[in-house]
Design a binder for this molecule. Sequence first.
Ligand code: APR
Length: 231
Amino acid sequence: MERIVILTGAGISAESGLATFRGPDGLWEGHRVEDVATPQAFARDPELVQRFYDARRARLAEVEPNAAHRALARLDAEWPGALLIVTQNVDDLHERAGARRVLHMHGELNSAWCRACDARHPWEAELLPEPPCPSCGEAGTLRPDIVWFGEMPYAMDRIDDALRACDLFVSIGTSGAVYPAAGFVQTARYVGARTLEMNLEPSLGSVWFDEVRTGPASALVPAWVEEMLRR
Ligand code: APR
């Protein structure tokens, strides 16, 4: 039974109505990424950054998983071998579709992290005005539990172990612009895994893939899952 690692990016949630990062105008929901998604931006203007992520978190309530999320959840439920979905997305659409073997390498909108006591809490409310940390009671110490540019992605050891043990690596809806995720395909190739990309257009790293399928994730992913489960 093939051991599968699946990497997902903003493209898988695009058809649910969530904006990708590198749209045609180069802005993310009207902001330059470095103005909202860096520790420096947070230090300079915490209110702007909190307001930005509060809006992203609130938006989750207005969107639903699409056919691509649902197909991956089905594969997760029915694939008897090792499988890991590594997502760069901070939304909760994989989980809401029913997927269980999911790692959020760039953090989650629905989590808050206390900079004073290091506790993390499930968080669906706003972080402005500054609520106290449920663990230590300090106010003004909670930040979005999001990995910003210049910070270390989560669970890299587990991801690296899964990549080194996989037979098939599949990348879905990611531009291949951001490392370390953009380099996963090379690790997978190095250990002899087959590599497949599914994206609206060839990504920056598409030359590294054995097979590239272009089109919307909501069509490509269900068709691929069907193929995998029929074999
Ligand atoms: N189906 C498949 N692919 C799509 C779709 C779709 N419906 N719509 C867009 N795409 C593709 C785009 O063509 C693009 O290549 O999804 C990709 C999205 O790329 P990015 O916006 O760069 O998103 P992502 O690769 O997830 O960004 C990586 O960058 O800002 C950081 O931390 C943030 O996790 C994010 C990381």
